[in-house]
Design a protein around this ligand. Structure first.
Ligand SMILES: [Zn+2]
Length: 441
């Protein structure tokens, strides 16, 4: 059990978070409604909302709709544009950058190609710092805005608890060991834009962020928030994430929820990881392309070209492609059984081409899962395709940043003055004037 808050300041921070999160999740509410929903006494809530207004996080809006009992009451709502967060999705070839406010409204978007030599992380750190500088300038151009920080979505295992800042280990970039990417980006910022060097920087695995975004996308469609969600995706590799009680669970070394090296066949072929019969050897891009008859194309033009050809073959109903997906579905089913047996997951969501090709995976999946379902039909959820596609990781990075702000609104400073804050909100927020699109896409 978590320790009780140490003092009244900690309790106050917690209560500020409860009030702000309720407004963020449920939209405009009167103080009375907020008090009833959060269980905070009316007097205490009045003080808390005054604090949130001083910080520019909340503003007074219209009156409660007529027709209810009693006199109409002034509503409070999330103030647009006050807190801006940056999200950077790092892939092998490009950086996708977004600036958004707490309501998720984008203020700036860019896609920046980068060339990073294999094995040397410094050019990537430089490119990320350049992207942050450009996005930070766009954010700070919004009058009255507070730039909270940035979340970087990175492929490969991320250890957020390393002693010299979060580290990433990426075979995509040919890094031989964990790289202190956060520290490298901060050093670049310090050299080129010292004003941004103190910005909070979070480094999170991209599939974990995608899992978080898919979890949030499911919420409106479920009667109650799922306790646990397992996300399994495949694109340039096999990855995934776990969301427990609404939060990403990273495990002891940052690799929880990574299904790629989950053993699905003890007598299977040897894997580069040292084990045998790993899931990636059956549903990974190379394995799937080869099983469908595109080994030659893959050797000549790469896995991406082979996957495009496989997609076309599936759409055309070519038997070898359909059979390959059918077999992959069964193997995936074994992995889903293992995950759900251990976790008692409420939801299993598929991403990448596992989502796109779900119709061809479904028979194999269902065949594997039906035995356990016959025993107890609620213990193994039906895997569903994710709805966010390739945008999931970037959306997850913004969600992660937003959660961090909503968890501790007191980390946002009091706005310069009520007067200048309201002038700024009148002239700057909601106009979209600072939204820009640049880059090559
Ligand atoms: Zn393996």
């Amino acid at each position: 059990m978590p320790a009780p808050p140490a003092d009244s300041a900690a309790v106050r921070r917690l209560n500020l978070s409860r009030a702000l999160r309720h407004l963020a999740d449920h939209g405009p509410r009167s103080r009375s409604e907020l008090s009833a929903a959060t269980g905070l006494a009316h007097g205490s809530l009045t003080a808390l909302t005054a604090d949130l207004i001083d910080r520019g996080l909340v503003r007074e809006a219209g009156l409660t709709p007529a027709g209810g009992r009693g006199r109409p009451r002034r509503q409070l709502e999330l103030a647009p544009g006050r807190v801006l967060t940056l999200a950077v999705r790092i892939t092998r070839r490009r950086l996708q950058v977004t600036v958004a406010d707490l309501a998720g409204r984008p203020r700036h978007r860019a896609t920046l190609p980068h060339r990073t030599p294999q094995g040397d992380p410094r050019p990537l750190a430089r490119a990320v710092a350049d992207a942050l500088r450009e996005a930070g300038a766009a954010a700070l151009a919004v009058p009255g805005a507070h730039l909270w920080g940035a979340v970087m979505a990175m492929p490969g295992p991320v250890d957020a608890h390393a002693t010299d800042g979060a580290t990433a280990f990426s075979t995509d970039f040919g890094w031989p060991g964990p790289v202190p990417l956060t520290a490298l980006v901060r050093a670049e910022l310090l050299r080129t834009e010292p004003a941004l060097a103190g910005l909070p920087l979070a480094l999170v695995n991209d599939a974990n962020l995608a899992a978080l975004a898919e979890y949030r996308a499911l919420l409106p469609h479920r009667a109650a928030p799922p306790r646990s969600l397992a996300y399994l995706k495949a694109d340039i590799g096999v990855g995934g994430g776990l969301v427990l009680d609404g939060r990403i669970h990273t495990g002891g070394h940052g690799v929880a929820g990574e299904p790629g090296h989950m053993p699905v066949a003890f007598d299977g072929p040897p894997c580069a990881c040292g084990a045998r019969g790993c899931l990636a050897l059956y549903v990974g891009p190379e394995a799937l392309a080869d099983a469908a008859g595109f080994a030659g194309l893959r050797a000549a033009e790469g896995a991406d070209a082979a996957l495009v050809a496989l997609g076309a073959a599936l759409a055309a109903g070519e038997p070898r492609a359909v059979d390959a997906l059918d077999t992959a579905g069964e193997v995936l089913g074994a992995a889903v059984l293992a995950v759900t047996s251990l976790l008692d997951a409420d939801e299993v969501v598929l991403g990448g081409y596992l989502a796109d090709w779900h119709p061809w995976l479904e028979r194999g999946l269902t065949a594997r899962l039906s035995g356990r379902r016959a025993l107890s039909d609620r213990l193994v959820p039906a895997p569903v395709p994710g709805v966010l596609g390739a945008d999931a990781a970037l959306a997850g990075a913004l969600t992660y940043a937003r959660d961090t702000v909503l968890d501790d609104p007191a980390s946002v400073p009091v706005a310069v003055s009520a007067a200048s804050a309201s002038a700024a909100s009148a002239s700057g927020s909601g106009s979209g004037a600072s939204t820009s699109d640049s880059g090559s896409g």
